[in-house]
Design a protein around this ligand. Structure first.
Ligand SMILES: [Zn+2]
Length: 87
């Protein structure tokens, strides 16, 4: 989607597709000036609330990604299908 390696780091801290969700679920400290150190710190944290928010973020991201990939497939295949709901 972004012409970069779509790894976990990009998925959680960088990808512009999830900017809104990132703002909703993750503390600004982690994504404002992202780094691998902050990413590892985020994954290793023991704050139950932050872990829950990270889980929600990944869950919603995955839904967006699935819908995005599906819509690209539909558009590229010429199928006459419209996606009416995107979480
Ligand atoms: Zn991306």
């Amino acid at each position: 989607m972004c012409n970069v390696l779509e790894d976990e780091y990009h998925f959680i801290l960088e990808c512009c597709l999830y900017k809104g969700l990132r703002k909703k679920f993750l503390p600004v400290y982690y994504y404002k000036r992202p780094s691998m150190v902050k990413f590892i710190e985020l994954l290793n944290n023991e704050d139950c609330l932050l872990i829950r928010k990270l889980g929600s973020y990944v869950f919603h991201d995955f839904n967006i990604q699935t819908n995005y990939v599906y819509s690209i497939y539909v558009l590229s295949s010429g199928m006459n299908v419209y996606i009416t709901h995107m979480t």
